[in-house]
Structures are given as structure tokens and as C-alpha cells.
Design a binder for this molecule. Sequence first.
Ligand SMILES: Nc1ncnc2c1ncn2[C@@H]1O[C@H](COP(=O)(O)OP(=O)(O)OP(=O)(O)O)[C@@H](O)[C@H]1O
Ligand SMILES: [Mg+2]
Length: 476
Amino acid sequence: MSSLPTPSNKRRRRVLAIDDEPAMTEWLKMVIEADGYEVRTALIGTRGEEIFKQWRPDVVVTDLMLPDLDGIALLRRLKEIDAAPEVIIISGQGTLARAVEAGQAGAFFFLEKPVSQDGLMDLIRRAIEQTQARAEHKQMKEQIRGQYSFANIIGQSKKMKDLFELVESVAASDANILIQGENGTGKELIANAIHYNSNRVKGPFIKINCAAIPKDLIESELFGYKKGAFTGANTDKIGLFEMAESGSLLLDEIGEMPSYLQTKLLRVLQEREYRPIGSDRLVHVDFRLICATNIDLEVALREGKLREDLYFRINTITLRVAPLRERTEDIPLLCNHFLSKFNERYQKNVRSISPAAYHLLIRNRWAGNVRELENAIERAVLVCKTGEIQPGDLPESIREEGSPAQEFTVPPHRTLAEIEKMAILQTLQRTNWNKQEAAQILGLYRPTLYSKMKKHEIQDQRAQQRAAAAQAATTR
Ligand SMILES: Nc1ncnc2c1ncn2[C@@H]1O[C@H](COP(=O)(O)OP(=O)(O)OP(=O)(O)O)[C@@H](O)[C@H]1O
Ligand SMILES: [Mg+2]
């Protein structure tokens, strides 16, 4: 019994052959079909064009001299209908000048008669490869744009896709937006996406990081001042509120804003106008406010560090950016993104990441989130000696965290509370009592760590040592 041909859902590649000589179209049909392609023929250009529209061939082979139409004119018409299929033009001898013209019109190749079977088939194969490569490239670009990234923010996890959708739907409104997320999760990228997808895109996007500038300077930065308003005010200064006119204003680390300024900010947002420091000039407010924070503002509220009325003003819409460890499926995609970024920057050719290195990347805690991953890949690209990143190319902290010696084993017969206490204590010891770092590793906000330390009666040993040393010094 003869075996059945393997079924294939891939359609056979199609070639359209146009020539006014029936003997030539017959020959073309025969040799091209012999190579497994599907072939249709036409004796005049307009008929060829009709078949092209309905049948959508992958490649067209046409004579230059057709009874109704010049081959190059036909090529132009076909390219207008669909530029993807490649067109090969066959002509009599001595038409070199027209070859240049054909090339400019987008022909794949200009072939002079007599045509050899091998030469023709080789060309058709190359033309098809080219069409296919272009289609794949286009599809990849669309996928990256549509599914995996939004305004250069990479992510295919459900959490990120939901976030992209939310950003898209709220960007156009003028609502105040609060972006919450741990360090390095991409809050600023999200803020950019909001501004650049909003109606205010033509206006400025002004950013201020309340944690990065001295607290007593934030006010004059935001409000601006009049010359002579205080010592040192040698010229008028335009404030950021005013600079953001018709655009957006990002207040980063809003949780760090001193309380008296929170009151002033609230008043500006309510009244939509204010006066620069020491000035009578009334400035009208016309910006969209975006705030970002990496601390839990609800805790800051409870602890009285954030005014409640301000909180409700700024978070008309809250966007939460998930920590990287909660969306590990984004790690490979982010790695590829950073690989190409740093290959290009450092003129390297690191193409992949070994399975062992991936294993470490996936199981790492990423307290510093995407920024930490980006730094790790940058370093790995720089030190990598082969084309593939190995565990040894990764920072030590990542390798250590993955090694079994550091693994936490739950001791038997302990309550959950006891285990929690041990986990907190060990993490604090490992971080040398750096509470910010320990809180990040444990996935807690700092104030929550403090309250858990209090609950479990964990004393800051480093602070105790310091106090003891200070006492020893005074009693000496
Ligand atoms: N989804 C992502 N796709 C690509 N790059 C990302 C993504 N998220 C973060 N990054 C990169 O990680 C770095 C940190 O991002 P960003 O500054 O937006 O984070 P952040 O949350 O504002 O950090 P911080 O809390 O320190 O202010 C940047 O270099 C950014 O380009
Ligand atoms: Mg930021």
C-alpha cells in the first residue's frame, strides 16, 4: 500500500505567469509546477491584473512586452494593489535601460531571454523567501506593538496586559492618576505612556521627584517666585505648575512631600489657581496631575503622613504596577529586550541566555524589579565571553540567592507566627538591619515591616549596638 502524502495546512505557493505567447506560458506553467508551485497564466496584462486581485499570488512572472500593457506599467499597478508579492520581469535582449526602470518601479529581478529553467526557478525561490521574510517581520512587529509592548513598555503577562488596557482607556480623560508600585517596576514609563496617549500630548510633560530634591526647595520649584521674595531670589522664577501648562505634571514619590506643602498643593488643585511666592500675579492651573509612589499610601494615611483629602484628590484613578516576581512570565521577553539594547550599545553579539542562567533569573526575588533585571543583563552582556550568558556572568547576589545553601527550610513544629518571625529576623540579619532592603526582599512596605517587628518584639540589634557604644563613650 502506498503511503498517503503528509497533509499540510500550509497552502502551496502561487505563481502567476503572464506572457502573450501561449507556448511561453505553457512552458512556464510546466516548469514552475514541476517544482511544486500552483500556477495560473494570462495572455494579456489586464487579465493578469484580474487574477492578481482575486487569487493573490506570491510571485508574478511577466513579459515586458504585452499586447495591452507594458510590463513595467503592469508592475506599478500590481504594486499599488498589493506591494508584497515580488514581480520578475522577462524581456527580449537589449533592454538594459528598461531594467533600471523596472528596478526603480520595484521589480524583484529583470531577466533577459533566453530564460533557463534553473535560473528562473532559483529566482522564484528567492522571491518567495523574501516575501515570506518580510511578512514574518511585519507580523513580529505587529505582535510586539500590539501584544507585548505598549509605548516601549514590555510585558505579556496578564497583569501587564490589563494595565496597558487601563492606561489606554484612562489616558484620554483628564482625571488625576496615581501610580503605585515598588522601586523599578516601571512607574515612570507608565506615566510617559499616559501623557503621550492623552490629549495633552502636544503640551509639555514636567516631572519632579519629591524624594530627590531638598524638602524646602520643593515649594519654590512648584510655585515659582518673584524676584526679591526671599534672600537668594535674584530673578523671577517660573514654577513647574506653570511650566506644565496645557501638559501633564508628574509628582514622583508624592509620599515624601512635607505636610505643609500637601495643604498648599491641595488648595491649588481645588481652586485651580495660585500665586507664585511673593507675587500678586494669579496663575491659572491647566495641567493633568499624575502622581507616583513606591510606598503604600494607605499606610501613610493611617500613620498621618499623608493628608486624607489630598489622597482622595490625587487618586481619582489608581494604577498598580505589579512587582516583577509576580509576573515572571515577562522575564524572558524583558531579557531579550535588554539583550538587544545592550548589544547595540556596547557593540556586542550576545544572542541568548543559557537555561541555567535563566533558571536563576526566574527564581530571583528582584527586589529592585525591572531596573535590577536591566542592570543584571547590562553587566552580563559586558562580561559575557561567548554568545550566550552563563550563570557566572550574572551578579553574585543573583547566583547566591539561587544556591541551595541559602535556602530557607521551615523547621518542624512551629506556628506560622514563629516562622514569620524567623523569616523577618533572618532577612534583617542578612541585610545588616537595612529595613528598606529587608522590606523589599520580604515584599512588605516598610511601615508594615516596622509593625511586624514590633509585634514579634524584634529589636534592631544594630541600633542597640550603636546606643551601647554611645553610652560607653559618654560614661568613659
Ligand atoms: N515593562 C518594562 N519594559 C521595559 N523596560 C522597563 C519596564 N519596566 C521598567 N523598565 C525599565 O526599568 C527602569 C526603571 O523604570 P522606571 O524608572 O519607570 O521605574 P520606577 O517604578 O519609576 O522606579 P522608581 O521607583 O525607582 O522611581 C527603566 O530603565 C525602565 O526603562
Ligand atoms: Mg520613578
